[in-house]
Design a protein around this ligand. Structure first.
Ligand SMILES: [Zn+2]
Length: 263
């Protein structure tokens, strides 16, 4: 039952993410304005806005002008639903502890902001603060409530949290200040979010490690075939965000496995 609820919620919020990035890009008021076709500007009705199904029914074309609707729309909806379901299935701690629900719900809320950031960075190579700050607030609220209410060693948890943020954000701050804008300032502020979600410094390190591997895997084919040069800008945000997801759900398993290797 809960899986079904999470799937539906994920699809709907994925649809919200699509609308959100578009409106922020167009600088529109996302509360008041209604969804419209990006080609013909026709206002979309409820039947055009059902996640996945509308896109499939219309065979990926606008009902009014027949121009193609980007695959981004159903894809983002599917990704959001998948993130929601996997987060529940793979959540590293038992839900019997009441505090875990606080972390879980704040993670789900933050993951909506993170997906919007990933899509935005992918399309326009930018992590807008309009998205970063609210996502940070959601993540921080969950973490602070959890530490205050459920963490046995509050000071240690707080210290770990600061360390996690310092690592996730600090490394990019150094690269940002030392290199000539090799990465965007958005990666620095994104570190506030990912660090808060990951909560301990080792997780932040793991996250940056995985993000680098993912980014490299993505860039490699282009570099090999010489379509892209090393200076070609690639968005780093989506990889940082994907890596945060990986470390949050598999981090404990990965460190356990690594420690096993050493002993
Ligand atoms: Zn249209």
């Amino acid at each position: 039952m809960i899986i079904f609820v999470l799937a539906v919620l994920g699809l709907c919020l994925g649809s919200f993410v699509n609308a959100l990035v578009w409106r922020i890009h167009k600088n529109k008021d996302w509360v008041k304005s209604r969804s419209q076709c990006v080609h013909c500007g026709h206002e979309l009705s409820a039947k055009d806005l059902i996640p996945i199904f509308s896109w499939l029914m219309l065979k990926g074309r606008c009902r009014y002008c027949q121009k193609p609707i980007s695959k981004q729309y159903p894809l983002v909806e599917l990704i959001m639903a998948t993130v929601f379901i996997l987060s529940y299935l793979l959540w590293p701690t038992s839900f019997n502890e009441p505090g875990q629900w606080i972390l879980f719900v704040s993670w789900l809320a933050a993951s909506v902001g993170l997906l919007a950031l990933a899509v935005y960075d992918w399309r326009w190579l930018l992590l807008p603060n309009k998205l970063v700050y609210p996502t940070f607030l959601v993540a921080a609220a969950g973490r602070v409530v959890y530490i205050a209410g459920y963490e046995p060693d509050k000071w240690l948890a707080l210290l770990n949290l600061l360390g996690a943020v310092a690592v996730a954000s600090g490394i990019f701050f150094l690269i940002y200040s030392l290199s000539d804008k090799y990465i965007g300032g958005g990666d620095v502020s994104l570190g506030l979010v990912t660090g808060t979600l990951l909560a301990i410094p080792i997780n932040s390190l793991l996250m940056i490690f995985f993000a680098s591997i993912l980014g490299l895997l993505f860039a490699l084919p282009g570099l090999v075939s010489k379509n892209k040069k090393l200076t070609t800008k690639i968005p780093y945000g989506p990889f940082l965000i994907a890596a945060t997801f990986i470390v949050l759900l598999f981090g404990q398993g990965i460190t356990d496995w690594y420690e096993q290797l050493l002993t």
